[in-house]
Design a protein around this ligand. Structure first.
Ligand SMILES: NC(=O)C1=CN([C@@H]2O[C@H](COP(=O)(O)OP(=O)(O)OC[C@H]3O[C@@H](n4cnc5c(N)ncnc54)[C@H](OP(=O)(O)O)[C@@H]3O)[C@@H](O)[C@H]2O)C=CC1
Ligand SMILES: N[C@@H](CC=O)C(=O)O
Length: 425
């Protein structure tokens, strides 16, 4: 048998714990890594899109950047920002991110940014010039560059392949690229794999909830996903969790509340027509190994055909005309003791996806959600409702500025860790 002294020499931490237990003294406080022993990882960040999510993401990053540098060596530098009209590039990106870099509100356009802190010139938005400047300036100082796409723009998604191929990382809650054309999606993935640049998109399902990363971790470690289903939309969850049809509340009133709370897409029809959930179904399918296209997803829409192609303002002003239709569906479900819930489903084994307005008994987990909660149930060879185990379930707020921006910021931290910063992720 090895003596206590031998054990202490071989495993000093084990010995320290054992002796502190036996003498009932307090364990020594854990030592944190000293700043000098950490690698410094400078990461130049360019924000494309400074609307609701982008505005809050900038504020979160700005208020945390100093602590991150001190505690992990990740040195986030605000190198530039654009909205659809104008862009600003820091004239000295190596100067770092000032805590007061942003003075505008969450709706702040580039013009609201503190040009003094960025010391940059405002010019018309040119995404290619923006990315090239970001990359060249980062390379010149041995830093990495990342574009944080906080738009819902196809034009921005179209550029990921080129950006990633040139070594610029991409972090985004924009669903257009990972739910859009399969050929483009694969080309983007190939560009990232070939260059080593990262494309991180946790915010594209469940806002800040760990759904994309959970699916990736399961598959990387050899698990096989069989199905992914749940309430994928914060907006639709909020609508059906808070609407009181029995009390005569108009459905359109709750849609306006969801929009005011920042849960909806810029055009709320993208939620109401099932398209946002269909996109999440496609993303979940692709992350589970199924090559699904958006057009293959059977999708229920709650947008009346006559309001499909008008402008967003007209839709919002006329949607009350159709309150009676959805109220009838809710009353029919209630007559059977059920409630309505808007769900997405991926059957990995059959390779199909769907978006449905389903009826659920009040005791069902999908019926007992609150606010804008999402619930996503993953069944796999390890987590299964059949065979003695239970499914893996992720639940929590699935929309809103703070949690979505938090998911985006979490991806920036993950990227920092992958580049060698001492971030525990
Ligand atoms: N709200 C939520 O809870 C969640 C949102 N998301 C996603 O987050 C993303 C952002 O949403 P949100 O902040 O609400 O959107 P907003 O409409 O508030 O902001 C969009 C921003 O993108 C800019 N923009 C649009 N097109 C371009 C372009 N071609 N080039 C440069 N900038 C552009 C807009 O500029 P301008 O003002 O000049 O038009 C604006 O600054 C969306 O993809 C959404 O799906 C994901 C998860 C949850
Ligand atoms: N509009 C979306 C926002 C997040 O993706 C939702 O309501 O879930």
């Amino acid at each position: 048998m090895r003596s206590a002294a031998l054990l202490a020499r071989a495993h000093p931490r084990v010995h320290a714990q054992a002796s502190s237990t036996s003498t009932k003294t307090k364990p020594a406080p854990a030592k944190t890594l000293s700043r000098a022993s950490m690698k410094t990882v400078p990461l130049h960040v360019g924000f494309v899109g400074t609307g609701l999510i982008g505005g809050v993401a900038v504020k979160q990053v700005a208020s945390r950047a100093g602590t991150l540098l001190e505690q992990t060596g990740l040195d986030l530098k605000l190198a530039g920002a654009t909205d659809s009209k104008s862009m600003i590039l820091a004239s000295d990106p190596a100067a770092g991110l000032a805590n007061d870099a942003v003075t505008g509100g969450a709706d702040g356009a580039v013009a609201d940014w503190n040009a003094e802190a960025l010391s940059g010139e405002i010019s018309p938005c040119d995404l290619d010039a923006f990315a090239a400047a970001l990359r060249e300036r980062a390379e010149a100082t041995g830093a990495h560059a990342v574009i944080v796409d906080n738009t819902s723009s196809e034009a921005v998604a179209d550029r990921y392949e080129g950006w990633l191929a040139s070594g610029v990382h991409v972090v985004t809650p924009n669903k257009k690229a990972n739910s859009g054309d399969l050929k483009r999606f694969k080309a983007i993935r190939t560009a990232a794999t070939s260059s080593g640049a990262k494309w991180l998109c946790e915010g594209t399902i469940g806002a800040g909830l760990p759904i994309v990363s959970t699916l990736r971790t399961l598959r990387a470690s050899g698990d096989e996903i069989r199905s992914v289903q749940g309430v994928f939309s914060g907006t639709m969850s909020f609508l059906f969790n808070t609407w009181d049809p029995a009390g005569g509340q108009p459905f359109s009133e709750v849609v306006l509340a969801a929009k005011a709370a920042g849960f909806t897409e810029p055009d709320p029809r993208d939620d109401l027509n099932g398209m946002d959930v269909a996109r999440k179904v496609v993303i979940a399918a692709r992350e589970s190994g199924v090559d699904l296209e958006l057009a293959d997803v059977t999708t229920r829409s709650l947008v009346p055909p006559s309001l499909e192609s008008c402008d967003a303002a007209e839709y919002v002003s006329r949607m009350a005309e159709f309150d009676g239709d959805i109220a009838k569906e809710a009353a029919d479900a209630a007559s059977r003791g059920n409630v309505l819930r808007f769900v997405g489903k991926v059957d990995v084994e059959k390779g199909v996806g769907s978006v449905e307005l389903g009826e659920f008994p009040k005791t069902h987990p999908f019926a007992g959600l609150q606010g804008a909660d999402n619930v996503v149930e993953i069944q796999s060879s390890r987590y299964s409702a059949v065979g003695g185990s239970t499914p893996l379930i992720v639940r929590g707020p699935g929309a809103g500025a703070a949690v979505t921006a938090g998911g985006v910021f979490g991806d920036l931290c993950k990227l920092g860790a992958q580049l060698g910063a001492s971030v525990l992720i």
